[in-house]
Ligand binder design. Structure first.
Ligand code: HEC
Length: 96
């Protein structure tokens, strides 16, 4: 259901386009502690978001890693909604 909603949101076009400014705020609150204020990793093992290759995958492949967690990264399921995660991913894409 949530995945379907996110899929619809992606297909719906500019009306619900990801909000990069909201993504930036969420990133500072939830992600910067490990991923660094400008995407340069603070925690060992975290990917470098300034390198474009890190995010050369569709949003729908990056979303589950953030929702469920990966390695030493905690999952954000129940903390961030899918649309909020996609806002953060849109912001990440501005860092490289
Ligand atoms: C506790 C530290 C920590 C926090 C907080 C954190 N991350 Fe991570 N993140 C990591 C680490 C470590 C990895 C590398 C995981 C691995 O590949 O084993 C990672 C990996 C990733 C990846 C790459 C996933 C993949 O499939 O390769 C993305 C994208 C990402 N983080 C985004 C985020 C976002 C967005 C947030 C905030 C909502 C966030 N992270 C919060 C530590 C963190």
């Amino acid at each position: 259901m949530a995945a379907a909603a996110a899929f619809l949101a992606l297909c719906a076009g500019p009306a619900v386009a990801a909000d990069i400014h909201r993504g930036a705020t969420l990133y500072t609150t939830h992600c910067a502690i490990c991923h660094g204020a400008n995407g340069s990793p603070v925690m060992p093992g975290a990917p470098d978001f300034r390198r474009m290759e890190t995010l050369m995958r569709p949003d729908m492949q990056i979303l589950p890693a953030i929702k469920n967690g990966k390695g030493s990264m905690p999952g954000f399921f129940g903390i961030l909604r899918d649309q909020e995660i996609l806002d953060v991913v849109a912001y990440l894409r501005t860092l490289s």
